[in-house]
Write a protein that binds this ligand. Structure first.
Ligand code: SAH
Length: 254
């Protein structure tokens, strides 16, 4: 049997956001690898081995999965959301680049998923309706100074910003510092969306303004969207405000 490695996006929530392609790839795997909470979202099946690992072990996890696939197995690595967005697909590519020549001939499939920013955006309207960027606030793999430069640059040129990994136990201060920097550049009334555990039972979505945004409202399962100066929030009685960024840019010179 020739080996195969699928890097599968599970989507941000429950099975409703799992694509049929991802489900088929899960069904076809002899062995599943992944961060334990993501693996826990996949129903176990007899005959399919499971290899949970810790969050920070991406390199070791992809190497183990690649070795296993090179032995001839059908192996799958699972990621939350999309595997190409701050997740395992890049770690697998890096493993192949650094690994033995034989890994380059492996059948590797990246199976896309709904990434968190799209799920959160959909809950509130269309905040990503015009140009936007995604930024991870985690400084595990890059210096904090670079994150600050990217925040300043993105806000200055009018990108809506989706902030992944806004906070963790090891980094309780970073979202607060990031919001404070953005307040120097963007209007106080800029809409900000906190989307927590979207698509799961404990989902919570809130719309606020940059002036009022409280970093304590975010945890590891939260994605924060900070609007641009163009982004608008429409108040709706009894409902979450509708947030959108118009397709046409107004009042901004080149
Ligand atoms: N590959 C994932 C992102 C991994 S980084 C994806 O494409 O979505 C982990 C971060 O994603 C979290 O800190 C949070 O910011 C965001 N996230 C993941 N699932 C989420 C969900 N259901 N609701 C809100 N944010 C989520």
């Amino acid at each position: 049997m020739s080996g195969r490695l699928a890097v599968i996006g599970l989507g941000p929530g429950d099975a409703r956001w799992l694509t049929p392609e991802a489900q088929a790839a899960l069904d076809a795997a002899d062995a599943l690898y992944g961060y334990r909470p993501y693996l826990d979202r996949v129903p176990s099946r007899i005959g399919q081995a499971r290899h949970p690992s810790d969050n920070r072990e991406e390199g070791a996890r992809s190497a183990a999965a690649l070795r296993h696939a090179a032995d001839g197995a059908h192996v799958a690595i699972v990621s939350g959301g999309d595997p190409g967005v701050f997740a395992m697909a890049a770690a697998v590519c890096a493993g192949i680049e650094a690994g033995p020549e034989a890994w380059r001939t492996l059948d590797v499939a990246i199976v896309p998923g709904v990434t968190a920013m799209l799920a959160v955006a959909a809950r509130v309207g269309a905040p990503l309706g015009h140009d936007f960027c995604a930024l991870s606030l985690s400084d595990n793999l890059k210096p904090w100074e670079l994150i600050e430069r990217r925040l300043d640059a993105a806000a200055s040129v009018g990108f809506v910003i989706a902030l992944y990994n806004p906070i963790s136990r090891a980094r309780p201060w970073q979202l607060g510092v990031a919001l404070e920097r953005l307040r120097q550049i963007l209007p106080a009334s800029t809409p900000v969306v906190f989307g927590r555990a979207v698509g799961r039972a404990d989902e919570h979505v809130a719309v606020t303004t940059l002036a009022a945004a409280d970093p304590a409202a975010a945890d590891m399962a939260t994605l924060v969207i900070v609007g641009s100066s163009q982004t608008r929030a429409i108040a709706r009685p009894g409902r979450t405000a509708l947030v959108y960024t118009p397709r046409a840019v107004q009042g901004v010179s080149a």
